[in-house]
Design a protein around this ligand. Structure first.
Ligand SMILES: [Mn+2]
Length: 335
C-alpha cells in the first residue's frame, strides 16, 4: 500500500494536505510529518485545516505551515491550487466539513491516507488505507523512514510521535502493538522526549477545560446495569464555563475509568442543533456497528456519528442501539 502511495506522490508536484474538521493529534501529526517528507522530496506542499490547529497541538507546527481555512480570503481559490489533494486520517470526504465544497470542486486527483475501517471506499480517486495501523502517523513514519536519511528532522519525529501517542491513548489502547512500541523506540532514538511530548499534549490545558470536565462528569448517566455510561453536553454548558469545542477532547474516555463500564458515550449538541455522538468501548462491544446504524463509523472500539436533535431524542436512539449491541456482543463473547 505504501509503495503505491509513494508512486502516487511521485507523480504530483503541488500537494494539498487536509484532515477531518476539528483536527486531532494524529491527523495533525501525520499531516505535518508528511509535509516534512514531501518537502524533502522537493514538493510544493500546503496544509489547510478547519477551523484551526488547536492550541495544544501548535507545538507540532514549528514551521508555521498549518493554515486555518479562510474561504473569504486566501482560500477562495483553494480548489485550483493543488494537483493532488490528500485527505489524511479521515475515511470519507464528508468529514472535511466546510472544506468539502472545495474538495468536490477541485480538478486535483483526490486521495485518502487513512487507518479507519470502511466498508466501501467512496469519494476518492485513490485510496491508501491500512486499518491495521494504530495511527495515520504510523503510516507516515513507515513511508518516510524507508526513504529519508535518518535521523528524521526533529520537528517531524516529534509530530509523528505525538500522533501515535494520541491515537494509542499514550500506548494504553489495544492498538498499542509491539510494532507501535518499536516505532516509538526508533523515534526516541532520534531525539523524541516522551515526557516533553506528554507535557505538551496533556499538561498545557486551560482551567475552562477542567471546569467543563466537571460539568460533563456531573451529567454522567449509567445504564444497562452500569455497563454503559453516557455524558451529554450542550453549547450552554460550554458557555457556562467559557469552554470551546476543543475543550471536549478526550472527555469521552473518562467514563471507562469506572469499573464495569463497557461502553462510554459523549453526546454533544452542535450549534446547528444536530447531535454528535462519540463512543468508546473497553473491549467486547463493537461501537463501530452502533455508529454505522446512524450513518457514522470509525473503529470497533472508537467511533462516532451525527444524529438529528433534539438531544433527548438522540439520547434515546443511541441508548437503545448501545444496549442492543451490548446484549448481542456479550452473548457472542460467552459462546
Ligand atoms: Mn487517526
Amino acid at each position: 500500500m505504501l509503495n503505491r502511495f509513494n508512486e502516487f506522490l511521485d507523480r504530483h508536484g503541488r500537494i494539498l494536505l487536509t484532515t477531518h474538521e476539528n483536527p486531532d493529534g494524529d491527523g495533525s501529526g501525520a499531516m505535518i510529518g508528511l509535509a516534512h517528507y514531501l518537502r524533502s522530496l522537493g514538493k510544493d506542499v500546503r496544509i489547510v485545516v478547519h477551523p484551526h490547529l488547536p492550541d495544544h497541538l501548535k507545538f507540532m507546527d514549528t514551521e508555521n505551515w498549518v493554515e486555518a481555512l479562510d474561504l473569504e480570503g486566501r482560500h477562495r481559490d483553494l480548489a485550483s491550487w493543488p494537483d493532488a489533494w490528500v485527505v489524511v486520517d479521515a475515511s470519507e470526504p464528508q468529514r472535511l466539513g466546510p472544506l468539502l465544497p472545495a474538495f468536490l470542486a477541485t480538478p486535483a486527483v483526490k486521495a485518502c491516507l487513512d487507518h479507519h475501517l470502511k466498508d466501501a471506499p467512496g469519494g476518492f480517486d485513490r485510496e491508501f488505507t491500512d486499518p491495521t495501523a494504530s495511527a495515520s502517523a504510523e503510516l507516515v513514519f513507515d513511508l518516510a523512514s524507508a526513504r529519508m536519511p535518518l535521523p528524521l528532522p526533529a520537528p517531524m519525529a516529534e509530530a509523528l510521535y505525538a500522533g501515535v501517542v494520541e491515537d494509542t491513548g499514550n500506548f494504553r489502547f489495544s492498538n498499542a502493538t509491539a510494532k507501535v512500541h518499536r516505532l516509538a523506540a526508533r523515534l526516541i532514538d532520534q531525539g523524541v522526549a516522551p515526557a516533553r511530548t506528554y507535557q505538551a499534549l496533556y499538561h498545557q490545558g486551560r482551567p475552562e477545560k477542567l471546569r467543563l470536565t466537571g460539568i460533563a462528569l456531573a451529567s454522567m448517566a449509567f445504564l444497562g446495569d452500569g455497563r454503559y455510561a453516557r455524558i451529554s453536553l450542550a453549547p450552554s454548558d460550554l458557555a457556562a464555563c467559557g469552554a470551546d469545542h476543543d475543550d471536549m477532547e478526550g472527555l469521552v474516555n473518562r467514563p471507562l475509568e469506572v469499573r464495569g463500564v463497557e461502553v462510554s458515550c459523549l453526546l454533544y449538541e452542535m450549534p446547528d442543533g444536530r447531535i454528535k455522538a462519540s463512543l468508546r468501548s473497553r473491549e467486547t462491544v463493537d461501537v463501530n456497528a452502533v455508529c454505522r446504524r446512524f450513518g457514522g463509523g470509525g473503529h470497533r472500539l472508537a467511533s462516532g456519528a451525527k444524529l438529528d436533535g433534539p438531544l433527548v431524542r438522540a439520547q434515546n436512539e443511541v441508548d437503545a442501539a448501545v444496549l442492543a449491541q451490548l446484549a448481542a456482543d456479550t452473548a457472542l463473547a460467552r459462546t
